[in-house]
Design a protein around this ligand. Structure first.
Ligand SMILES: C[S@@+](CC[C@H](N)C(=O)[O-])C[C@H]1O[C@@H](n2cnc3c(N)ncnc32)[C@H](O)[C@@H]1O
Ligand SMILES: Nc1c(NC[C@H](O)[C@H](O)[C@H](O)CO)[nH]c(=O)[nH]c1=O
Ligand SMILES: N[C@@H](Cc1ccc(O)cc1)C(=O)O
Ligand code: SF4
Length: 493
């Protein structure tokens, strides 16, 4: 079993210390300023394959190579830009493959997001979710628009959602310096000579709100039979920093506390030369894979993501897909692939002119389609109304995707980055949208093993798979796009 990364091993924490958090005044932006385009002049993608051969392999159902994926993603490297006719050919094949593999059902889940804290000093240049952690200190005068929740507050939020029929809580958070796995971890971190610079640690007493330990947060959210989907590879790294614990051990302890599955975010692009540019403070590709393997060795399902449309090339996207496919060949425990379209507006990468925009719609469509064709061992590909909106999200369901994520109730990552598509979709919204494209709406459990086809004529619609669900609409008085409880269901510091 691979050990969690030694924090002193490769300068990662030194990067964290200098990277700072992400609000307008901190050093995260200065890092972006230092990145002139020339510093990551990635090679123009070229392959020994032709677009036509790659397409023929996809049509025949042959396993695709990285070169094949590059040709399909680029609609041929022999010319610049997207060729609309070639694009349609790729989308059509992917749509057909989706129908053969998973049929006409479109799934979604009754879930909520309960992110614990926005305090984070990792300094990822694509992220505006984070707030510089020093602003959360009890004696800080600095303003911040973020939040930290106590375990008791997390439990209350989850309890309320259970009453609405929700059965999954998805929780991803900033790497708050006071967050430790458990009490023993607090002791280990505090025993360092200079905990702040050596292991990115300050004791909870220094902060206005104590987030508790990771174990306490998971225990708090694990209530009433809800499925707890939490602890990304980056969070698992944080939960092991400064120790020699391996990822399996960390995830086993979290599973004992009530964790059911882990989100495969923090993946971004799983090619280190891209990570060096957009998230130098994050774990490297090998460590991300080790954390995912640790989660799966501990018996957890995972999802896998790719955040694309910033500085990377189509070749990087294809290499990323290869990392995921290899991992799934070894484990078989990745339930879905989630393409995350980069939202650029409020991010350091955009503010500093490193990128001009996120991906185009053509790119979104081709990423979904090539994911469907390349990842022959991952059953489900997700379309996201959070990232793409309803109309384009539905289009992605005709490009190879078969899942339309969840009700989520509140959303902070995309919203803070500048996303405009709201934070909630009701079951009625889902049924209307999915039937409008001639597909069958299906309520699913997080692991897709439990599914319920929904009769569109039998409305109004609500969840039935939740431990407290009786088919009533979750929030009858609200229209789509508006979250319950105003800005955020979270507590502020
Ligand atoms: C905000 S982090 C929270 C969890 C934890 N701090 C981590 O990095 O794993 C979760 C994921 O959100 C995604 N994300 C962040 N900013 C984004 C943006 N501007 N556009 C699209 N996805 C974004 C990234 O893929 C990131 O890994
Ligand atoms: N695509 C996004 C998701 N997807 C996660 C799902 O909602 C769900 O938790 C998962 O499919 C496991 O069942 N969540 C977000 O918050 N934002 C997204 O853009
Ligand atoms: N919360 C992540 C997305 C996500 C979370 C969990 C998953 O399993 C998949 C994707 C975001 O908004 O970017
Ligand atoms: S992506 Fe995660 S680790 Fe990176 S800055 Fe944002 S919250 Fe922190």
């Amino acid at each position: 079993m691979t050990s969690a990364r030694d924090p002193d091993a490769d300068g990662g924490d030194a990067v964290r210390d200098s990277a700072g958090g992400g609000d307008a005044s901190d050093t995260g932006r200065d890092d972006a300023a230092a990145l002139d385009r020339g510093e990551f002049d990635f090679d123009e993608p070229s392959t020994d394959q032709s677009f036509e051969n790659a397409l023929a392999k996809a049509r025949d159902g042959d396993r695709l190579s990285v070169d094949d994926a590059v040709e399909l993603l680029a609609t041929g490297t022999d010319s610049d830009g997207t060729d609309p006719v070639r694009k349609e050919a790729v989308l059509e094949l992917a749509d057909r493959r989706r129908r053969e593999e998973v049929g006409d059902e479109v799934t979604f889940v009754a879930n909520l997001n309960n992110n614990v804290t926005t305090a984070c000093n990792t300094g990822c240049l694509f992220c505006n979710f984070k707030d510089s952690a020093h602003a959360f200190e009890a004696d800080s005068e600095a303003d911040h628009a973020g939040f930290t929740k106590t375990p008791a507050e997390s439990r209350e939020i989850v309890e309320e959602a259970l009453d609405m029929g929700v059965y999954e809580v998805c929780s991803v958070s900033g790497l708050h310096p006071a967050l430790a796995l458990n009490d023993e971890h607090h002791e280990i971190l505090a025993a360092h000579d200079d905990p702040e610079s050596e292991v990115n640690y300050k004791p909870p007493e220094r902060y206005a709100t104590d987030p508790g330990t990771y174990v306490e947060q998971i225990q708090a959210m694990s209530v009433g039979g809800i499925h707890v989907h939490s602890m990304t590879p980056e969070e698992a790294y944080h939960a092991a920093r400064g120790t020699d614990w391996d990822y399996e051990t960390v995830y086993r302890e979290l599973a004992d506390a009530g964790l059911d599955s882990a989100p495969g975010t923090a993946a971004e692009i799983l090619v280190d030369e891209v990570r060096d540019v957009i998230c130098p403070g994050k774990i490297r590709t090998d460590d991300w894979v080790a954390a995912m393997e640790g989660a799966m060795a501990a018996g957890l399902d995972t999802t896998a993501t790719m955040m694309y449309g910033h500085v990377e090339t189509v070749e990087h996207r294809a290499e990323h897909l290869q990392v995921i496919r290899d991992l799934q060949d070894r484990t078989g425990q990745i339930t879905e692939f989630v393409p995350l379209s980069f939202i650029h507006q409020n991010t350091p990468l955009y503010r500093h002119g490193v990128v001009d925009s996120g991906p185009s719609r053509d790119e979104d469509e081709l990423v979904v389609a090539v994911a469907r064709l390349f990842l022959d061992n991952v059953d489900h590909v997700q379309a996201s109304w959070v990232k793409s909106g309803d109309a384009h999200g539905l289009k992605l369901l005709n490009c190879g995707a078969d899942d339309f994520m969840g009700t989520i109730l509140s959303e902070e990552i995309t919203k803070r980055a500048g996303g405009e598509y709201g934070e909630y979709r009701s079951f009625d919204d889902y049924v209307e949208m999915i039937t409008a494209i001639g597909r069958t709406p299906v309520e699913r459990s997080t692991d897709y093993r439990t599914r319920r086809r929904i009769d569109p004529d039998d409305g109004p619609h609500g969840p039935r798979l939740g431990p407290r669900a009786d088919g009533s609409p979750m929030l009858p008085e609200r229209s789509s796009g508006h979250p319950p409880g105003g800005e955020s269901a979270g507590a502020d510091d």
